[in-house]
Write a protein that binds this ligand. Structure first.
Ligand SMILES: [Mg+2]
Length: 349
């Protein structure tokens, strides 16, 4: 299949995530082939990434032929190489992620199979999931057996207590066997993290996510033994197998969470998994309950754990992708439809 067109669009979102974060800045990428097959991908980086796709990467991709996974790998390598001066991490790779996912969707649709089948042998039937957010009562009602809640440390002393209260509450509502995790979104420093390891021990926290900053690999590595058995998790702000290779060498994290729509797509995800396997590091993709990560989890040695963001009870949501699976009894599965199995809601463009 020869690629005849490629275009990125920033959707017209109405309902941005209502939690502690204001926006995920996701973009849509559409790729078209000469035989009329269309692939869709989802990337990060907002309007800046739209400019990267339409203003630069498009010219490199149109005219290329994609018949195999190897062809996608080759396209990825060229786009990465050509964008090195402004890319490597951040917006450049977030743009590349959307293109990569559109190519996987295109290839799978041209074969009339789901993406997980193009990736390889399916390793998981239904996938265990966890709910991210603060509405633990609702998540428990929905059947989730795991919850990750956000906590921010801004330097105020009462935040030691607020973290403990939130952990106690999540444990009480989700039950003694549930997995409870905390997303610190780069606000916990070393001292706070060590103290939380001590104070939250009774609540058996599975992981502390995104402590320090992704640039402080050494600092994270030093925290790992100090908060055991709680894991130091992170990686949603790391990019490509090259970035994760650095994290592996530093021994920075116990568990990796690449975001498949930011880190370089399925192609980078597979390469990151190769490194993780070598180092014995479990991988649980950020937002892995969205189809882009879910198909990878289904057919790889990713952990049997997908992140779902249900929001809060009754809160309105944008339906950009029609047909996205939602967990039942806490388990989620990709559908058998071709590609990623979702349809773009064109009304949002
Ligand atoms: Mg996070």
């Amino acid at each position: 299949m020869r690629i005849t067109d490629l275009k990125a669009v920033y959707p017209n979102y109405k309902n941005v995530p209502s939690s502690w974060r204001t926006h995920l800045w996701q973009i849509v990428v559409r790729v078209e082939s000469e035989d009329g097959v269309v692939g869709h991908g989802y990337g990060g980086g907002g309007k800046a990434a739209v400019e990267v796709v339409n203003g630069h990467m498009r010219d490199l991709l149109v005219g290329r032929t994609v018949e195999s996974v190897e062809d996608i790998f080759a396209a990825w390598d060229e786009l990465y190489y050509e964008s090195i001066p402004y890319g490597r991490k951040g917006v450049g790779v977030m743009a590349l992620s959307g293109i990569d996912l559109a190519l996987w969707d295109l290839l799978a649709k041209s074969r009339d199979v789901p993406v997980y089948e193009v990736i390889g042998l399916r390793t998981k039937d239904r996938i265990d999931s966890y709910a991210t957010g603060i509405d633990a009562e609702w998540y428990a009602e929905l059947g989730f057996r795991a919850n990750k809640f956000p906590h921010r440390y801004t330097g105020r002393p009462e935040e030691y207590d607020s973290a403990e209260r939130a952990a106690e509450r999540a444990r009480r509502i989700m039950g003694p066997d549930a997995r409870i995790m905390i997303d610190t979104y780069m606000t916990w420093d070393s001292e706070f993290t060590v103290e939380m390891g001590r104070r939250l021990a009774p609540y058996d926290i599975f992981w502390f996510e995104d402590v320090l900053t992704p640039d402080d690999l050494q600092g994270q590595a030093e925290l790992r033994p100090l908060v055991k058995p709680t894991l130091i998790a992170g990686g949603e702000h790391e990019f490509t197998h090259i970035g994760f290779g650095e994290a592996a060498r530093a021994g920075a994290m116990d568990l990796w969470q690449p975001d498949i729509t930011w880190c370089g797509g399925i192609t980078a995800g597979l390469r990151i998994l190769d490194i993780a396997r070598e180092h014995g590091i479990p991988v649980a993709p950020h937002r892995g309950g969205e189809v882009w990560g879910l198909h990878l989890i289904a057919s790889s040695d990713c952990m049997d754990l997908a992140e779902v963001l249900p929001g809060q009870r009754g809160a309105p949501r944008d339906e950009l992708w029609i047909g996205e699976p939602f967990p039942e009894d806490g388990f989620i599965s990709p559908t058998d439809s071709p590609g990623f199995g979702v349809t773009l809601n064109e009304a949002m463009l």
